[in-house]
Design a protein around this ligand. Sequence first.
Ligand code: DAH
Length: 352
Amino acid sequence: MEEKLIAIKNSALSIILDTSDKKTLEEIKLQFLGRNGQLTLAIKEIAKLPKERRPEIGVLANEVKKAIEQTLENQKLIIKKFESETKKEQIDTTAPGIQPKIGHLHPMTQVIYEVVDVFKSIGFQTADGPEIETDYYNFEALNIPKHHPARDTQQTLYLDTQNSKVTPGEAILRTQTSAMQGRVMEKIKPPIRVIVPGKNFRYEQVDASHSFEFWQVEGFLVDEQVRLTDLFGTIDYVLRKLMGEGTKLKFATTNFPFVEPGVDTYIECTVCKGKARLPNGQGCSFCKQSGWSEIMPAGMIHPYVLSAAGYNPKELSGFAFAIGLSRLVTLKYQMDDLRLLTNPDLRILEQF
Ligand code: DAH
């Protein structure tokens, strides 16, 4: 008898839960609880059982009845809710939709596109290179041999080469997009005019003006009889296009192992307009109170770099430069904190 009652309960519950209309639910109710319903007939049989078994089976029968009634009620509510929701939807089809938010390019991407366009207009192609780089291209091919003091300025992040075939110290995160000079020069023949926008990595403490990752656009040109004045002319043209015709520039000498001579390009600070002080009388922290921002190191490609790439430095010459993109973006939009560039907060991004 117990098995019979349990079987009735199981079959009733499974049919009820499979039902999605009210009329069928009524039929099921009759099928189990009606006058000739399966459970009703089973309950009648309890009377035929030995007296001492009747209370126990009676309790079970009652539980089964309650379970079936409860499940019927629940299913009725579920069907009702579903019907009212679908009805609502039908009514709402004529209502105006919700306008989805449309995003836009990140300020860094916008500036990269602009830079690529300006260089394209004077014949430069764009190349892309690996962020995981070898010591050779990042340093050796750029006239920075092992133990050269210039390596100290590059706060290099070395990759763990355990369990790989790579010699320890050979695989690094590139510290400069200049690493692409060797790769490109080995692949294509002069005349070369190439820019490489990309991310670099250095072991730096993060603050308003430093980050462990930063964007640069490296550029280089190799041809016959390239002169320093070609470099000056190119920088002048490009920065006027990018920063506005009135942009004031100045050049100063500097040293990088892969160029000779080396040149630093400064533009007048866009925050204090070259005054080194802000209107409120405070010193401008953006340009460290100098009135100028260093934006584009450059120089004539060192003969060693040309030879390392298989060129004859007596026949060919060239220039190279790098634009600090993170700097360019912050100058252009007058942001006083580099960290805004990697902050995903939409309230910030929507301003650009
Ligand atoms: N690669 C240098 C750096 O990130 C910047 C640089 C300086 C690139 C002079 C050049 C150059 O092409 O000519 O520190």
